[in-house]
Ligand binder design. Structure first.
Ligand SMILES: Cc1cc2nc3c(=O)[nH]c(=O)nc-3n(C[C@H](O)[C@H](O)[C@H](O)COP(=O)(O)O)c2cc1C
Length: 196
């Protein structure tokens, strides 16, 4: 390649990277489907991202998986699963704002909800489903009666913002753990798909 062409191509590449606002979902799998599925998640430390990817794996990988920070346009999808990590009893402000802003687009497309929480390492039950899903995600979206699941997540101090890590490490009884189950996430993906 000529030096001038090489420089031009490089500059074009850099500007495309800097100015592109397009959301890129995770497309790890070769399978295609006639129905378009998306999983949207909000995470701080990655457990909700992994849950989202594993939910898609349960669907044989046909769902594109988006971080809410990408601000994806989900109007081109037929079916959407929405989920997020829990801090102080709620999902992230950014997810809540996205859901409110995109209520109209999402209301005919939502097929499932999930959250990932710590629940002080105790098993989850109806209380968490009602608090994190029925009275939180489903209420914001205005869509009920779709499958939902509360997963236990992870605590990894090294992935937290420094001030949060310090606070967490000072809390009595808090230690690192990993309770997120790929098998449970995949089963939920299968459950959601079977309902459609
Ligand atoms: C600052 C902070 C606050 C949290 N608050 C809650 C909470 O209110 N309820 C709960 O069940 N879990 C809580 N957790 C646990 C997280 O939900 C759990 O670690 C989850 O896996 C985090 O998901 P993420 O890795 O996708 O961010 C909290 C964790 C942190 C770090």
């Amino acid at each position: 390649m000529e030096k001038r062409t090489f420089i031009k191509t490089g500059l074009l590449g850099i500007s495309a990277f800097l100015f592109s606002k397009k959301a890129f979902s995770l497309e790890y799998y070769p399978n295609r489907s006639d129905k378009k599925w998306a999983v949207l998640y909000a995470t701080w430390c990655g457990s909700a991202r992994d849950a989202g990817v594993w939910i898609s794996e349960g669907m044989d990988g046909i769902a594109n998986v988006f971080d809410v920070r990408e601000n994806p346009d989900l109007s081109q999808y037929d079916h959407v699963v929405i989920g997020g990590a829990i801090r102080a009893g709620t999902t992230s402000q950014q997810l809540q704002e996205y859901l409110m802003k995109n209520r109209e687009v999402l209301k005919t497309r939502i097929r499932g909800y999930f959250v990932v929480c710590g629940n002080m390492m105790r098993p989850v039950g109806p209380e968490q489903t009602s608090g994190f899903i029925d009275n939180h995600l489903a209420q914001i979206c205005g869509v009920n009666n779709v499958p939902s699941k509360v997963f236990l997540g992870r605590v990894t101090f090294g992935l937290m913002e420094p001030d949060v890590r310090k606070q967490m490490q000072e809390m009595p009884g808090i230690k690192e753990y990993d309770n997120l189950s790929r098998a449970e996430c995949m089963a939920f993906g299968r459950e959601v798909m079977a309902k459609v």
